[in-house]
Design a protein. Structure first.
Length: 160
């Protein structure tokens, strides 16, 4: 019996994406919420007037932030277990930081998708790292509100 390996939405995929963001943000420490927001923006850059998105623009993708929380957390734990990410306790919760081996590890991976992620991560960090949590959430809220309007089915009055 062969075991099927899940690549998409796995701890490996989300962990590598988080690692790319942390490496690009180095030496900054990011909390889980910021990693989630950056991760979402990194694969949907087109939603925030950036380069073309890597992932498709599916309706209801706003729910990805909720679904990804557990996946990204598991991915971070995997990267921590491999010595690529460190977790730090602060008064407001945990933060994460890329370790010294993160760069060489990421450089050893060769795939067009990863190159695209690295490019988008650089763009995200350059554009959003100085923004407050409030400002980033306001941008994402506008994007989510726009989608809900775009994908709502218009109600037609009933004719009796």
């Amino acid at each position: 019996m062969t075991r099927q390996v899940q690549t998409f939405n796995s701890p490996i995929e989300t962990g590598v994406r988080a690692l790319i963001l942390l490496a690009e943000s180095y030496p900054a420490h990011l909390d889980l919420q910021r990693i989630l927001e950056f991760d979402y923006i990194m694969v949907h850059t087109g939603d925030v007037d950036g380069p073309p998105s890597i992932h498709p623009a599916l309706p209801l993708r706003s729910g990805e932030l909720l679904v990804r929380r557990r996946l990204v957390d598991r991915g971070l734990m995997l990267m921590i277990s491999r010595g690529l990410v460190s977790r730090h306790a602060t008064a407001s919760g945990f933060t994460y930081q890329a370790e010294d081996d993160a760069g060489p590890f990421l450089d050893s991976l060769t795939a067009e998708y990863l190159d695209e992620l690295k490019d988008r991560a650089s763009w995200v960090v350059d554009r959003f790292s100085d923004m407050s949590d409030y400002d980033i959430r306001a941008i994402l809220t506008r994007v989510f509100d726009q989608w809900s309007r775009e994908f709502q089915v218009p109600e037609h009055p009933r004719l009796f």
